[in-house]
Design a protein around this ligand. Structure first.
Ligand code: SF4
Ligand code: FES
Length: 253
């Protein structure tokens, strides 16, 4: 069966040739430059990209240079679909300079992120010249997308515009948050933290406090009650399915 290209809306598996850092390859039409580069073992730094999620193009770190004769263009690679033959440079002066500037801006906002500091060091940056209002959230949108696209809980959204833009629970009520921790896992800056306090799981950034469920047989901790109920409903499982941990369930079969 022929594939459907979500970028161009065209059907067909047309292969397109491109050259990245002098290496030739051919990719299916609609493949992103980032993915094409990965296929050649060429690593382009990213902060807002995840293979399971739709590209969003928020952090601007994945900049590369596309050379077209004597013209060139610096563009993000994670959301640039290959629809015609291209010549791409990931380490040209223009691409590296643009990425350094992006990193410097991000570091000026959030200098506590281990990942940002590591990327900055890899780009020869020890510190930022900019002193912006501190915020450990760089608005990469990974938390919002993983919650909506993968978990399906829709517990995080973007609010406001411009400098006031933030990620937060819809209407500032984290009622939909199941406490799965997917947002904590994908966040590149550590802006979302999860902790346990006695029988509670707490996600500070969303002010979400969830009671933990324990196995009725052995007492081992399973997951937040709200998460167990959500998963049972989604999967059409009996209401008492998560009353037992996996081991006790298997033992009682
Ligand atoms: S909280 Fe983390 S994952 Fe969410 S937008 Fe901010 S930096 Fe990205
Ligand atoms: S990884 Fe491409 S814009 Fe963030």
């Amino acid at each position: 069966m022929q594939g459907f290209d979500r970028w161009t809306g065209l059907r067909g598996m047309k292969m397109i040739e491109l050259t990245i850092n002098g290496k030739k390859t051919a990719v299916e039409r609609g493949t992103t430059i980032l993915a094409a580069a990965a296929g050649l073992n060429i690593k382009i730094p990213t902060l807002c990209n995840h293979e399971l999620l739709e590209p969003y193009g928020a952090c601007r770190l994945c900049l590369v240079e596309i050379i077209d004769g004597d013209r060139s263009q610096v563009t993000t690679s994670c959301n640039y679909p290959v629809t015609r033959p291209l010549v791409v440079e990931t380490e040209s002066e223009a691409a590296v300079k643009a990425r350094r500037m992006v990193l410097e801006m991000l570091l000026g906002r959030c200098n506590t992120s281990e990942k940002l500091n590591r990327l900055a060091a890899e780009h020869g940056l020890a510190e930022s010249r900019f002193e912006l209002d501190y915020d450990d959230c760089i608005l990469c949108g990974l938390c919002e997308r993983v919650c909506r696209e993968v978990v399906g809980a829709n517990a995080i959204t973007f609010a406001n515009r411009g400098v006031d833009r933030v990620v937060m629970p819809p209407f500032d009520e984290a009622d939909n948050c199941i406490g799965c921790g997917a947002c904590v896992y994908v966040c590149p800056t550590g802006a979302i933290q999860i902790q346990e306090d006695g029988d509670q799981k707490i996600i500070d950034r969303w002010s979400r406090v969830l009671e933990l469920k324990h196995c009725k047989s052995c007492g081992v901790e399973i997951a937040p009650v709200f998460q167990c109920d959500y998963l049972a409903r989604q999967a059409g499982l009996p209401e008492d399915f998560f009353d037992l941990c996996r081991d006790c369930r298997v033992a009682q079969r």
